[in-house]
Design a protein around this ligand. Structure first.
Ligand code: HEM
Ligand code: HEM
Length: 183
């Protein structure tokens, strides 16, 4: 079997950074939507199509991830940090898929059209039912908080690798020179 690569490939890096920007934007758009009645219609019109685009990108990314070898973590990294890295990546993938699906189901359960733009509309994926809506609405808000918490931990870990350990883990996703992993 060939050796593990030093860095994530270009497509994986492109997906990682474009999705990171869009997911962070979606968290702010979501909060803005519930905080401002005036901005709500405009923000909601952005939130739905960007959210569905993120669902498609998350599926493409997961398929790409499962088909390729990714860089290995440095050999001297403590076991608990390896486990934390693995668990947080699994949680990020799960939340990247769950958030848009729950959003879509929630709008369906509210009995509203899942409009992407003008007259492009997705089918309902949940029954029109206030009780189902209420559960999905709470799940969408709580999982958004969980997503933000995992992203902040992930950011802290990335900066720990970049600035303290300087072991090539950050460069493997950032691109450019110096991607070789040490340890
Ligand atoms: C990665 C994808 C997504 C993220 C990160 C996200 C994030 C958020 C956040 C942070 C809120 C505010 C929650 C609160 O503070 O109560 C929100 C609300 C909302 N989201 Fe999403 N969302 C995503 C996808 C979607 C999708 C695909 C749809 C629909 C097709 C959707 C529909 C909604 C609606 C309708 C609300 C507002 C509900 C209300 O005002 O009662 N979301 N979202
Ligand atoms: C919404 C924000 C983000 C999400 C959802 C996210 C998600 C992920 C996921 C799932 C991985 C695992 C590799 C893969 O399969 O693609 C990963 C790797 C990585 N991320 Fe992020 N990321 C985000 C933001 C960031 C930020 C802001 C940084 C740095 C400042 C960062 C740095 C890294 C690095 C260095 C790796 C490589 C880790 C390794 O190869 O072991 N990420 N990210």
């Amino acid at each position: 079997m060939s050796a593990a690569p030093d860095r994530h490939d270009t497509f994986a890096r492109l997906l990682h950074w474009s999705m990171a920007v869009l997911i962070l934007a979606m968290l702010f758009i979501g909060v803005g939507m519930v905080a401002s009645i005036t901005l709500r219609p405009t923000l909601l019109a952005l939130h739905r199509p960007i959210g569905i685009a993120l669902l498609v990108l998350a599926v493409v990314r997961l398929v790409h991830r499962l088909r390729r070898r990714t860089p290995e973590l440095p050999r001297d990294l403590p076991g608990w940090q390896r486990a934390a890295a693995h668990a947080s990546h699994v949680a990020l993938y799960a939340l990247m898929l769950a958030m848009p699906l729950i959003g879509w189901a929630m709008v369906s359960a509210a009995g509203n059209p899942v409009l992407l733009w003008d007259d492009v509309q997705l089918p309902a994926i949940a029954p029109h039912d206030p009780a189902v809506y209420s559960v999905l609405r709470a799940a969408h808000a709580w999982l958004a908080r969980a997503l933000l918490a995992v992203i902040l931990l992930h950011l802290a870990a990335a900066l720990y690798h970049a600035w303290i350990r300087r072991d090539g883990v950050f460069a493997s996703m950032a691109g450019g020179r110096g991607g070789a992993r040490s340890g």
